[in-house]
Design a protein around this ligand. Structure first.
Ligand SMILES: Nc1ncnc2c1ncn2[C@@H]1O[C@H](COP(=O)(O)OP(=O)(O)OP(=O)(O)O)[C@@H](O)[C@H]1O
Ligand SMILES: Cc1cn([C@H]2C[C@H](O)[C@@H](COP(=O)(O)O)O2)c(=O)[nH]c1=O
Length: 238
């Protein structure tokens, strides 16, 4: 396993906040697999933030997610999308507040699904309730609303892939058949990610996973992190 080569000086000490990399993409594209492999490569300098849906049932996020998933929908939907969006955003703010309160600030934070996930999924879900609003505007609005509360990540690794294959893997993992409407949401999410990535090419790094083994995807993502870390050092020195 190749280590990720980061500058030798503590990144967090110099910048006062960790190098923050979020990993995004549609269901089943490989985010969890890739972020876990990257965290293992970076080692103890890295804190891996599990996605909200992977947090312990006894935690506050776990309890909120359980409530939002209680109706058995594959998405976090109970019929009140605006409230659900605000609840999910509040959990993401809580995550950063808790991190800021830690004595041992990590050098690198690797986030499996960040704010962009909330923006695109909730925009797609809200779109079904409010056809008069363009989901692209809603996604941008959600992100803009969060500006006073949370920094943008230093980089967002967007894993793209064949959505049929990803959806199949997702359906297999959860042991369910997705409805045509579920698939429509995933397609909408895919397009919304592409739209955000095009609007912010400096932050988004798109990695196409189609037909590529996990190791190759991880190696490319590791290069992105090295590049962003170097860039941060250069900016800091300037
Ligand atoms: N590049 C790849 N090629 C083949 N299979 C892959 C690849 N990446 C991940 N997988 C497999 O696809 C499945 C889904 O991967 P993973 O859980 O990492 O995706 P995810 O994006 O985190 O999904 P979700 O959004 O549902 O949490 C896993 O079984 C994983 O082993
Ligand atoms: C952030 C967020 C997520 N969702 C959906 C997207 C997925 O279907 C699940 C997350 O689980 P997975 O393990 O990543 O597949 O929740 C949502 O509906 N709304 C959101 O804001």
């Amino acid at each position: 396993m190749n280590a990720v080569r980061l500058p030798t000086q503590r990144l967090a000490a110099r910048a006062r906040r960790p190098l923050w990399i979020s990993c995004e993409g549609i269901n089943g594209v490989g985010k969890t697999t890739v972020t876990r492999a990257l965290a293992a490569r970076i080692g103890e300098r890295c804190l891996l933030l599990d996605e909200l849906t992977d947090q312990g049932k006894e935690t506050l996020p776990g309890r909120v997610i359980a409530a939002l998933a209680a109706q058995g929908d594959v998405f976090l939907r109970t019929g009140h999308p605006a409230v659900e969006t605000l609840a999910l955003l509040a959990l993401k703010v809580r995550e950063t507040e808790r991190l800021a309160g830690r004595a041992d600030v990590p050098e690198v934070v690797l986030e499996d699904r960040g704010l962009d996930s909330v923006a695109v999924y909730q925009a797609a879900i809200l779109g079904a309730h409010q056809p008069e609003n363009d989901p692209r505007d809603v996604a941008r609005h959600v992100l803009a609303t969060m500006t006073p509360w949370r920094h943008s990540p230093d980089a967002t690794v967007l894993l793209s892939g064949d959505h049929r294959q990803c959806t199949q893997r997702f359906a297999q993992r959860i042991g369910r058949t997705l409805t045509a409407r579920d698939v429509q949401i995933i397609e909408c999410v895919d397009a919304l990610y592409a739209d955000l990535a095009a609007a912010e090419p400096g932050r988004y790094r798109v990695i196409d996973t189609t037909g590529r083994p996990v190791e190759e995807v991880v190696a490319e993502a590791a290069l992105v992190i090295e590049d962003v870390a170097r860039q941060k050092e250069t900016d800091h020195a300037a």
